[in-house]
Design a binder for this molecule. Structure first.
Ligand SMILES: Nc1ncnc2c1ncn2[C@@H]1O[C@H](COP(=O)(O)OP(=O)(O)OP(=O)(O)O)[C@@H](O)[C@H]1O
Ligand SMILES: [Mg+2]
Length: 277
């Protein structure tokens, strides 16, 4: 099955996308492009239509109007080529509770006809810090472990485009950082990642480009630096650098802060609201 396309088009192209559920107009002309090998964050409040966009791009849902292409393939005309090019980690974990973590991974590796499913599974368990839990039933996993297993499953077969719908919602700060690290690694290896999030700091930390979906349209789309230029220049103010609760939590339980990932010390001042909710 073809998984690559011979053109240098963007990995994801969306133009004039429209979708209504009965009289509710959810998408009213959505446009954006995602460059190959980049991380693109689709931001929006609850009900903005993020999952609807992801479902259309992953061929689970048909659009009413407009065009969408993934890996060069039109989602309506070449649905099976699109499906061969992507993986989707949905908003709600899709792991099988009765199987162990390892069995879940082996199952997907078999479905994708990989040569050595056991080796693939063990490699992913290690990469996502699940080696010890690998032989336990998923029903005994915490939410963060389930989420990590879910993302690990979506990496099997190295699809060129990955959709992550709210990958860190409900995770504790350490588990979030682990997921962020995994996403960064993916993009560094050339995978295109489209993620949706309600967390502004997640988009800030991860995304090469950020688009804000609001009232059915993309309000803005740009790099973090471009989005920041939309507001007047910052005024210099005296601010006491208090650690955030996240800094305290991570210092006590031994994780890293988001700042440390960027080479900044623990205890940076956080002066903005971090969630859209
Ligand atoms: N199958 C459906 N039938 C009717 N309405 C739907 C259906 N699916 C979604 N909607 C509505 O479409 C709107 C967008 O939903 P969607 O799930 O895409 O939002 P979202 O941005 O992913 O929200 P969240 O952050 O809560 O996940 C919501 O108002 C939702 O109620
Ligand atoms: Mg959603």
């Amino acid at each position: 099955m073809p998984t690559t396309h011979p053109t240098a088009e963007p990995a994801i192209h969306v133009a004039g996308l429209e979708k209504s559920y009965k009289e509710v107009e959810v998408l009213r002309g959505v446009d954006f492009d995602v460059e190959r090998g980049s991380i693109f964050a689709l931001l929006g409040s609850n009900g903005a239509g993020k999952t609807t966009v992801v479902n259309i791009l992953s061929t689970l849902l048909a659009a009413d109007a407009g065009a969408a292409a993934v890996n060069g393939w039109d989602v309506a005309a070449h649905a099976s080529d699109v499906r061969a090019s992507i993986s989707l980690t949905g908003q709600f974990a899709a792991v099988d509770e009765v199987l162990t973590g390892r069995e879940n991974l082996v199952l997907v590796a078999r479905l994708r006809h990989l040569a050595d499913p056991g080796r693939v599974a063990d490699g992913l368990l290690e990469r996502f810090s699940l080696t010890e839990a690998g032989s336990r039933k998923v029903s005994t996993y915490s939410g963060g472990m389930r989420r990590r297993l879910d993302i690990a499953m979506s990496l099997i077969g190295n699809p060129p485009v990955i959709f992550l719908d709210e990958p860190t919602t409900g995770l504790d700060p350490e588990a979030r950082l682990e997921v962020w690290e995994a996403v960064r690694e993916l993009a560094a290896n050339g995978t295109t990642v489209l993620l949706t999030t309600q967390y502004l700091d997640e988009a800030e930390q991860l995304a090469d480009r950020i688009a804000i979906l609001h009232h059915g349209r993309i309000l803005v789309d740009g790099t973090l630096a471009e989005l920041k230029q939309l507001l007047p220049p910052a005024r210099v103010e005296y601010v006491e650098k208090q650690p955030t609760l996240e800094d305290v939590f991570l210092a006590l339980v031994g994780g890293q802060t988001a700042g440390e990932h960027q080479g900044k010390p623990v205890g940076k001042a956080h002066d903005q609201t971090k969630e859209l909710r």
